[in-house]
Design a protein around this ligand. Structure first.
Ligand SMILES: Nc1nc2c(c(=O)[nH]1)N[C@H]1C(S)=C(S)[C@@H](COP(=O)(O)OP(=O)(O)OC[C@H]3O[C@@H](n4cnc5c(=O)[nH]c(N)nc54)[C@H](O)[C@@H]3O)O[C@H]1N2
Ligand SMILES: Nc1nc2c(c(=O)[nH]1)N[C@H]1C(S)=C(S)[C@@H](COP(=O)(O)OP(=O)(O)OC[C@H]3O[C@@H](n4cnc5c(=O)[nH]c(N)nc54)[C@H](O)[C@@H]3O)O[C@H]1N2
Ligand SMILES: [Mo]
Length: 782
């Protein structure tokens, strides 16, 4: 197993980016023994004709920087093009029981999967199997099952071409059970925005970022999760645009930044201050904070009009474009400041200060991430942010808009080409006509519903197009044993992860090419495409040689499975599609002509092509035909879990700077000063003292919910941090065992991973020789 330095927690005062970032990239390139040729590959990342970064979904500019990648994008590439291998010899030497004792980090560090594998229960090992046999057996299993009992999950990476084939496969088979990682992520956005402004995605492009004169930042951590965005933030600051941040934690990337690609900045270490106001609100305090800002604007507007001054609100826009304004104002007037202060954890004067800056600026973008989407009332929180923007006409004009920062590099695109459990979002009629079948009309299962089905036995099989489902979902301690009752699990993956080690009756692990790699079909190099966070679609080509072994492209695997499962259909030409991905793009263009017409030509436009976004042109595809101001039901974002009792804290689960979701690159969360461990609980000093604890104590953390389920994670090291009283922070995925499956956003069913009421139990350990690198929170039953 890997060696990890001695655990340490210390203050990190350096800016984000800078030398720390450069060092961190060098470390991983060396550790992964990235072949020298592939090192040069980073220069092709996010470039026209190069390959799309496999990390985040941030926009890819038409005029890229010389090196258009960031610390974490470089780590993601090194992780994929590693020269380490995880082949049949490895599995011959290790049983699944043994491997379940390994850390997530060590599992993926073994290297790339190289051969198709089938679980052999007698020896408790994965054994090599031929593709033909794997496809035939999986197909036979699926034919015997009710399509409604099968889940077709996608994790957000696979390209548009593969994703289109995947949804077609599921629908031809007979189900809309197409959950996506987006169900744990920005589904709250896709439910909130259609009601507010009639689009499922954000309205801004990089062009708007170039013009904005103020940015509002809610619950998104660009320093770790979308570092290339720091360039755009830095540019905005240089233009004098204020950035107002709402985040319980002080995140380094939102404080200061040194551009690691600017020699002058690197040598002078002269950082740009990012946030001009930083409001450390309570987790889930956003509805109240936004209501406070809206109320302050309304009051200022009344006063201005009374005194014959220019209005603060954009009354012309509201009159022409909005619905529900009067009702929203009445609601705002009824809100009392003491209540808004209590719920948000911010003072009236702080909220008025934020509103004052916002009220003076003409082109404002509202940016947000998991801090808003992962709450019980996540959908309403996003609608409140939209309300604030609408009050001053900040949707549908250059330099302004709403900007959900998506996660996986093609998660938005997967939804666009039909990976969705909601039949109304897929072009079912067109698919039915084109391919001569009757598509399933019933709503499919989303992620939480898939989990419920696994628990109650109604789900019998799971196909995973990437991802680490079992580790990413809540309720780990119930879900892991339930997974073993599945009839079939098929995982299409690049690296070994914990989900692969919990076998179903029949379990297959199928190795695929990564996006950085050259995908040759019949000797011809294929291109593929993705959609970024700003609705921009780009074509790409892999540039690295794929690992030696017996791997297939994701599209070839999906087609192989489909052919073995489905009856022959002359209109469904799997072989031709896999031989030439351009033909798949022709099908995508036929299914979604408005977005993808002339797809094969337009995908190579410099900077990509944009999908039409009616809201960006002030066309509102809502039921009222207007942009709707929506009144929230309460100020509390998590009313299903009232944090009662002085000893109850609200836990937020967070990503470190050294991970991509469940992929752990290392144990240094540089920006937060945490080194060599993920077993930490970030706490306010006053809470530490009040609860009779001390820095370095080990605690067992348990969820406060009286539903009879025991949910515990620990030991975690008590770690003082700049975080509001009553809140604490721990890492995802280690803390997922603490999230009840039923604690999810209403409307979108995104697990509410940012507000879990917990109690701490101090552990008395006789020989306190340090603390572990990772806590236990799962697998205790094995
Ligand atoms: N390197 C790297 N890049 C990634 C990922 C990764 O794991 N590593 N993951 C990718 C994926 S799939 C996604 S979805 C994105 C996720 O990127 P983010 O949206 O940034 O997600 P998180 O890291 O979960 O944290 C969100 C931020 O919300 C804050 N927060 C928590 N609770 C609240 C709250 O109640 N209100 C407010 N206002 N803030 C709150 C946290 O302090 C944190 O700064 O990043 C993507 N990019
Ligand atoms: N507590 C808590 N839970 C969360 C979150 C949180 O903030 N807090 N965030 C949620 C969010 S936003 C998301 S998006 C989900 C993420 O959930 P998932 O998308 O399911 O998880 P990942 O960790 O991104 O998946 C990593 C695995 O994908 C496989 N993989 C990597 N690249 C490829 C590829 O190119 N092709 C294929 N086929 N496989 C590949 C590798 O085997 C790797 O082990 O987790 C959610 N869970
Ligand atoms: Mo995500």
């Amino acid at each position: 197993m890997s060696k990890i330095g001695k655990p340490k927690v210390e203050r990190y005062d350096a800016p984000s980016g800078g030398w720390g970032s450069a060092r961190s990239v060098t470390e991983i390139v060396l550790r992964e023994r990235v072949p020298l040729k592939s090192g040069a590959l980073l220069t092709r990342q996010n470039k026209h004709g190069g390959f799309a970064c496999v990390s985040c979904a941030w926009a890819k500019p038409g005029k890229p920087h010389p090196l258009e990648f960031c610390e974490n994008g470089a780590k993601a590439t090194a992780w994929e093009v590693t020269s380490k291998r995880c082949g049949p010899e490895f599995f011959a030497g290790h049983s699944l029981t043994e491997l379940r004792g390994w850390r997530d980090y060590d599992l993926e560090e073994v290297g790339r999967l190289t051969h198709p594998l089938r679980y052999d229960a007698a020896s408790d090992r994965y054994r090599p199997v031929s593709w033909a046999e794997a496809f035939a057996d999986i197909g036979a299993e699926l034919k015997a099952l009710d399509p409604d009992s099968v889940i077709f999950y996608a994790s957000g990476r696979a390209a548009l071409e593969t994703s289109y084939l995947y949804q077609l496969y599921a629908r031809l088979y007979g189900t809309n059970n197409l959950p996506d990682s987006s169900n744990m992520c920005h589904e709250s956005t896709s439910v909130a925005l259609p009601k507010s402004i009639g689009v499922t995605v954000g309205t801004v492009t990089l062009n708007d970022f170039d013009q904005a004169d103020c940015l509002l930042f809610f619950g998104q951590n660009p320093g770790s999760n979308s570092p290339r965005m720091l360039h755009d933030l830095q540019e905005a600051r240089k233009r004098g645009a204020p950035i107002i941040t709402f985040n319980p934690l002080r995140e380094r990337g939102l404080e200061t930044f040194v551009n690691p690609q600017s020699p002058v900045e690197m040598l002078t270490d002269h950082p740009t201050q990012i946030s001009t106001q930083y409001h450390q609100l309570k987790p889930g305090g956003d509805i109240a904070a936004l209501a406070g800002m809206c109320k302050a604007l309304l009051t200022a507007d009344d006063l201005a009009l009374e005194q014959g001054q220019p209005a603060v609100l954009d009354h012309a826009f509201i009159a022409e474009h909005c619905h529900g304004f009067a009702e929203f104002c009445e609601w705002l007037q009824r809100q009392e400041w003491p209540q808004l202060e209590r719920q948000s954890g911010l003072t009236r004067s702080a909220l008025e200060a934020a509103a004052a800056v916002y009220g003076r600026r003409q082109k404002v973008i509202g940016i947000y991430g998991m801090g808003l989407t992962q709450h019980r009332h996540g959908v309403e929180t996003i609608q409140m942010l939209t309300n604030l923007l609408l009050m001053r006409g900040n949707i549908g004009k250059p330099g302004a808009g709403i900007c959900p920062v998506r996660g996986h590099s093609n998660v938005q695109g997967q939804r666009t080409v039909g990976i969705t459990e909601k039949p109304e979002l897929a072009p079912l009629e067109q698919l039915g006509e084109r391919f001569g079948f009757t598509p399933p009309q019933d709503k499919g299962r989303n992620t939480v519903e898939a989990c419920e089905g696994i628990l109650d036995g109604s789900v019998k099989a799971f196909i995973g197009l990437g991802g680490n489902f079992l580790r990413a979902i809540p309720e780990t301690s119930l879900m892991e044993p339930a997974w073993r009752t599945l009839r079939l699990s098929v995982q299409i993956a690049t690296k070994l992860n914990r989900n692969h080690l919990v076998p179903a009756d029949k379990a297959y692990l199928l190795p695929c090419l990564g996006r950085t790699e050259i995908d040759r079909q019949n000797g011809v190099e294929q291109a593929h495409s993705t959609e970024d966070s700003t609705g921009c679609i780009h074509g790409w080509r892999g540039v690295a040689e794929p690992p030696e072994g017996d791997l297939l492209s994701e599209s070839a695997i999906v087609a192989g499975l489909a052919k073995a499962t489905l009856p022959d259909n002359p209109k469904v030409t799997w072989d031709a599609w896999v031989a030439d991905y351009a033909l798949i793009r022709d099908e995508i263009a036929l299914s979604f002509p408005e977005i993808f017409h002339d797809f094969n030509a337009r995908m190579w436009e410099v900077g990509g092509f944009h999908r039409p976004l009616p809201a960006a042109k002030r066309e509102w595809k809502t039921e009222t035909g207007k942009a709707n101001l929506i009144v929230p039901r309460s100020l509390d974002a998590d009313p299903d879990m009232p944090a009662s009792g002085r000893d109850v804290l609200t836990l937020m689960t967070l990503r470190s700077n050294d991970q991509f979701n469940t992929t752990i690159y290392g144990y240094h969360d540089r920006f937060r000063g945490v080194k060599g461990t993920r077993a930490v609980l970030l706490m306010n000093r006053n809470d530490i003292e009040r609860l009779g604890l001390a820095e370095g104590d080990k605690v067992q953390v348990s969820t406060v919910a009286d539903d009879g389920v025991r949910r515990e994670v620990g030991p975690l090291r008590v770690t003082p941090y700049n975080i509001p009283e009553g809140a604490c922070g721990g890492y995802y995925p280690e803390c997922n065992a603490l999230i009840p499956l039923w604690h999810h956003a209403e409307g979108s069913k995104v697990p509410a991973a940012k507000a879990i009421p917990v109690r701490l139990n101090k552990l008395i350990v006789a020989n306190d020789g340090g603390f572990p690198v990772e806590p236990e929170g799962y697998g205790a039953q094995y």
